[in-house]
Write a protein that binds this ligand. Sequence first.
Ligand code: F6R
Ligand code: MG
Ligand code: MG
Length: 366
Amino acid sequence: MPQTLSVIKADVGGYVGHSAMHEDVMDAGREATARAVQSGLLIDAHVSSCGDDMFLIMSHDRGENDEAIHKLAWDAFVAGTEAAKKLSLYGAGQDLLVDAFSGNIRGAGPGSAELELEERPSEPIIVLMGDKTSAGAFNLPFYKMFADPFNTAGLVISESLHDGFAFEVHDVKEHRKIVFNSPEELYDLLVFIGSPSRFAIKRVIARQTGEVAAVSSTDKLSLIAGRYVGKDDPAAVIRCQGAFPAVGEVLEPFTHAWIVEGFMRGSHYGPLMPVSRVQATPARFDGPPRVVALGFQLAQGKLVGPRDMFDDVSFDNVRQEANRVADHLRKHGPFEPHRLPLDELEYTTMPAVAAKMSSRWEAIGS
Ligand code: F6R
Ligand code: MG
Ligand code: MG
């Protein structure tokens, strides 16, 4: 029977400010998922965090978009919100945008990445958890993993990867999707995914087998709410080895500090820093943006793990690079290209200031 991995995440309160999570909020998530394992709704679950976001990593056999699973996640976030309120944590319930759950978590605030699979005799999985960044932050790493032979040797020298991968890309503004085949449509693909604030890779499919190799959350909170309510801090699930990139090929893209949207007030470009869970506490200018990689082996749906994959000295150089890039960008203060362009800002005073100044503008004589 196929299994489903559902990673559903939300910020329901930060400790301190937006920098991390309190154990009481995590406990609320752990209790809710443990009860669901007990009742048989879930096969297994692991609750984790990156910065101020709680990630529920759940395995079950009910398929994607299952109402009972989404309701369980919603209830866990409501319980987390209650715990956050008791301690007066910051932004309690921040990502819960609707008053009541109505069948599906999508569009209600939390982000979700769900992947259905037939478990192989050995099934290594990587779950990526981001904070202080946005849906498109995984575009470049996904491109490297699944399309760049300089990153993924298997594309060239492994028969099982040699047919390449297909990319399902979502237009987060127009709410539409398209599939590109790699390698023959790579240049077309890049025209879109090179603009990650609008086009985000939702799914990657192995062309040889038709199996889903990876899925990411592409929910864009600011657009859902029509106003700023927090960044969309993405999640992703990636299958590894065999017909998929090896674990080391999945992690290799994170050896460079790619510049992503997010950072302070979700309104700045900053370097994406791969860190261990212990270091996933964005404190400097509410950043720099972080990504954590949790590794699991699935065993009949049980989540064996996690291993904290960036807790490894081989990522020390990129962390140093990220700090150097952050220093450089920070010096620009309120100037682009550190500050996002006007139409991408999550916070802006422009309409109010423009209105106040409107009578003072004079035409420039020719
Ligand atoms: C960015 C983020 C923080 C907040 C900032 C201001 O994703 O969460 O940088 O935007 O700390 O927060 P508020 O407006 O809640 O005071
Ligand atoms: Mg927050
Ligand atoms: Mg966050």
